[in-house]
Design a protein around this ligand. Structure first.
Ligand SMILES: Nc1ncnc2c1ncn2[C@@H]1O[C@H](COP(=O)(O)OP(=O)(O)O)[C@@H](O)[C@H]1O
Ligand SMILES: [Mg+2]
Length: 290
């Protein structure tokens, strides 16, 4: 099989691991920088031009599109879809997963539990927002943040108001969310491939921090999931239509709550914590899907 990995760099851990495993399984694999792809459109015959030359059609692509290039990267994924290539993440699911509001709307329709969330156009009063999410405290997040950036905890009314005003001034869209205190600064990252959970870890925020992202100094440990946690993660992946994804769950007193679903989940943290060959599972998923 010919597999293209859409990634900005072949030295990145996740990309490197998938290249290794694709080669080990006897596939032809090439890392393609999505920003160096041009899209060529004419009647039928959709084509991708890579570094000035027509790209040979791959059987499958693995999109690893960073948040900063969602628009361009998604257009490239769409082009490969038009060329009838299998993709581990569809362009539509990719776009949906990048917007925290749209993702939560989708999950909510599928009956998946989440922290109570409010989207506001800032015309509303802070006290009304706080009431809707049982705050303060309240978590205020920008819609398209990643790695914990743009995720704030407002402990009281004044700080909630200050943060909402600040984002309003910058014209950044935010959601206000119920703070799940009993999660204790931890969340679960559940790695889903197809309709299977292939690994799960608990991430604990560092002292004095509520965000458990590894990029924010969080530490990871392998865990085994309850049946409810597993079903919730699988339901979330299915709801967003993601073949390969990382579902983030909070353990709350009313059961698992989905925070978000990542369409380009990193492999380093999860392979390290679980000591399991997740890259190989992704390649096997492609083999079984084609
Ligand atoms: N409502 C919440 N209650 C408690 N902790 C939260 C809540 N929302 C986010 N967190 C913490 O902050 C981290 C980052 O939030 P998240 O929504 O996943 O944003 P990002 O996309 O930047 O990772 C989560 O992993 C979790 O540890
Ligand atoms: Mg997250």
């Amino acid at each position: 099989m010919k597999i293209n990995i859409l990634s900005r760099g072949n030295t990145l851990y996740s990309t490197r691991r998938m290249v290794e495993e694709a080669k080990a399984a006897g596939h032809k694999v090439q890392v393609i920088d999505p920003l160096k792809c041009d899209i060529m459109l004419e009647r039928h015959k959709p084509t991708v031009i890579y570094k000035g030359e027509k790209l040979e059609k791959p059987d499958a692509i693995i999109p690893r599109i960073g948040a900063s290039i969602t628009f361009y990267g998604t257009a490239i994924v769409r082009q490969f879809e038009a060329m009838q290539c299998f993709t581990t993440v569809s362009s539509q699911a990719l776009v949906r997963s990048r917007d925290k509001l749209q993702s939560l709307q989708c999950l909510s329709s599928s009956g998946i539990d989440m922290p109570k969330t409010v989207f506001t156009n800032f015309g509303m009063h802070t006290d009304a927002i706080l009431k809707m999410v049982d705050g303060p405290p309240v978590v205020i997040k920008v819609l398209e943040g990643t790695q914990g950036i743009g995720v704030n905890l407002a402990e009281n009314f004044e700080s909630a108001q200050t943060i909402l005003e600040a984002y309003n001034t910058m014209q950044s869209r935010v959601i206000a969310q119920e703070f799940i205190k009993e999660a204790g600064g931890a969340d679960l990252r559940v790695f889903v491939i197809g309709d299977k959970v292939v690994g799960a870890m608990k991430r604990q925020a560092m002292e004095g921090e509520f965000r458990s992202n590894l990029h924010r100094g969080g530490t990871a440990q392998k865990i085994s999931l309850s049946q409810e946690e597993e079903l919730t993660a699988l339901g979330a992946a299915k709801s967003l239509g993601l073949g390969v994804c990382g579902v983030d769950l909070l353990q709350s007193s009313r059961g698992p709550l989905v925070l978000e679903v990542n369409s380009s989940p990193g492999l380093e943290g999860i392979e390290g914590a679980t000591n399991y060959n997740i890259a190989q599972e992704i390649i096997k998923f492609i083999e079984s899907s084609i």
